[in-house]
Write a protein that binds this ligand. Structure first.
Ligand SMILES: Cc1cc2nc3c(=O)[nH]c(=O)nc-3n(C[C@H](O)[C@H](O)[C@H](O)COP(=O)(O)OP(=O)(O)OC[C@H]3O[C@@H](n4cnc5c(N)ncnc54)[C@H](O)[C@@H]3O)c2cc1C
Length: 397
């Protein structure tokens, strides 16, 4: 009598339960023979697109994973410290280790306060992570309304932060370091500048902060400006897990992959979201891209399990949206390659679009839990024409 073959589920460990990782985990449920574990360093999902609201006290930014992850997806609240590709385990800060057949690397991004600016790491507060946004909220709660606050960074995060606080009646200076909203077209940029000026925000476009003191910021030309609180909203970093695991990364530390999101070093590791650098040409760090990349990373893993050829990533942009307080936003329109055109949607319609996109980013994860592979996105964006480098040290499922 022959013994029936033992069925071993494919173990997939998703590192990072953000917009990319949570969606990827839910999508993998299309197969019933996949054992899915999400490792996330925090017990709740962070809606990072709302962290400026959270810091200003105008909104919340966390969601219970119980409402997001589909049945059967296991959540482990811990931090991955190393992917041991030889042993095929993910080592965790707690000392535990998780075996895997495939990893989805979705650790996202972080704020980046430069150590090259004296006092910045010591006295400035970040906005890009839940913990720093909490510290910021606490400091703001004890700070008199008329105390001067400086926001460093003229990109979308800096603008949203400055606007949210200005609408609450705070005295804000926005230091851009170059130009305001560099990713926007001229008209969209003017609309942002007009709103900020109407709400009393002092915008210093070309000024560069060269030092942060407890009560002031110092500019590159030596002048100083009073600042009771300095918020650093310039630049993103990424967790160092890929490099710490001996996997090749781009200069910022994003995992280097081919156009199927597969690590160029190991075909059992697939990246998604802000931490992915396909062909060394990463897409714009955004929750707009993170969801679709999460879906495509899951599809790559599903293809590997099925023994079929994974598809190349396919995602088009349509623009970016910056909120200006709770009643206005500027939706900059862009070509599919993310290049801005000289047109925007502003005012309350812009605000409605912005709120809808923030809600959609979360509801899409929930829908994927109810109906795996239901997520849809705009396709047809431009990607490198050359095929990406072939994976090295390829392992088969
Ligand atoms: C204030 C603000 C406003 C923004 N507004 C917009 C916007 O309007 N539109 C837009 O498209 N984008 C916006 N963004 C950017 C957007 O939030 C990010 O691009 C998006 O969150 C990336 O998604 P992700 O899934 O790749 O990573 P994340 O959302 O960063 O999730 C990564 C997850 O991985 C976990 N993690 C990290 N390291 C480890 C580890 N070692 N072990 C276990 N878990 C780990 C983290 O805890 C986190 O939960 C904004 C960002 C900020 C800060």
């Amino acid at each position: 009598m022959s013994t029936p073959a033992r069925h071993t589920p494919n173990k997939v460990v998703v590192i990072g339960g953000g917009y990319a990782g949570a969606l990827a985990a839910n999508r993998l449920r299309i197969r019933t023979d996949v054992d899915i574990t999400v490792v996330n360093s925090r017990p709740e999902f962070v809606e990072r697109v709302r962290l400026h609201q959270f810091a200003a006290g105008t909104g919340e930014a966390t969601v219970d994973y119980g409402t997001l992850l589909g049945e059967g997806v296991r959540l482990v609240v811990d931090s991955a410290t190393r992917i041991d590709t030889a042993a095929r385990t993910v080592r965790l800060a707690s000392g535990r280790a998780l075996d895997y057949d495939h990893v989805i690397y979705a650790v996202g991004s972080t704020g980046a306060i430069p150590s090259s600016v004296p006092g910045a790491a010591e006295f400035a507060l970040g906005i890009a992570e839940l913990e720093s946004a909490r510290r910021l909220r606490a400091r703001l709660e004890e700070l008199p309304l008329d105390a001067p606050v400086t926001v460093v960074g003229g990109g979308l995060t800096g603008i949203e932060t400055a606007a949210e606080l200005a609408e609450r009646g705070r005295a804000i200076t926005l230091v851009c370091g170059r130009i305001l909203a560099p990713s926007f077209g001229a008209r969209g940029r003017r609309a942002v500048a007009k709103w900020l000026s109407r709400h009393g925000v002092v915008v210093l476009e070309a000024a560069v902060v060269s030092e942060v003191r407890p009560d002031a910021v110092v500019f590159a030309d030596g002048t100083a400006r009073a600042s009771a609180l300095t918020i650093w909203a310039g630049g993103f970093g990424v967790p160092e897990l890929a490099a710490a695991s001996g996997l090749r990364t781009d200069a910022l530390g994003r995992l280097l992959t081919d156009e199927t999101l597969t690590s160029v070093d190991d075909d059992r590791i697939v990246a998604a979201g802000d931490a992915a650098s396909p062909s060394g040409r990463p897409l714009r760090m955004s929750c707009y891209a993170a969801g679709p990349l999460g879906a495509q990373a899951a599809d790559t893993v599903l293809s590997r399990i099925a023994g079929t050829e994974p598809a190349m990533i396919d995602l088009a942009f349509s623009g970016a949206c910056v909120s200006l307080g709770r009643r206005t936003a500027v939706r900059q329109l862009a070509r599919k390659d993310d290049h801005p055109v000289n047109a925007y949607v502003g005012g309350r319609v812009g605000a409605a679009i912005k709120e809808a996109t923030c809600k959609f980013a979360v509801s899409r994860i929930r829908r994927e839990a109810r109906k795996p592979t239901s997520a849809m996105w705009l396709k047809g964006g431009s990607r490198p024409e050359q095929p990406a480098p072939a994976p090295r040290g390829a392992a088969s499922p």
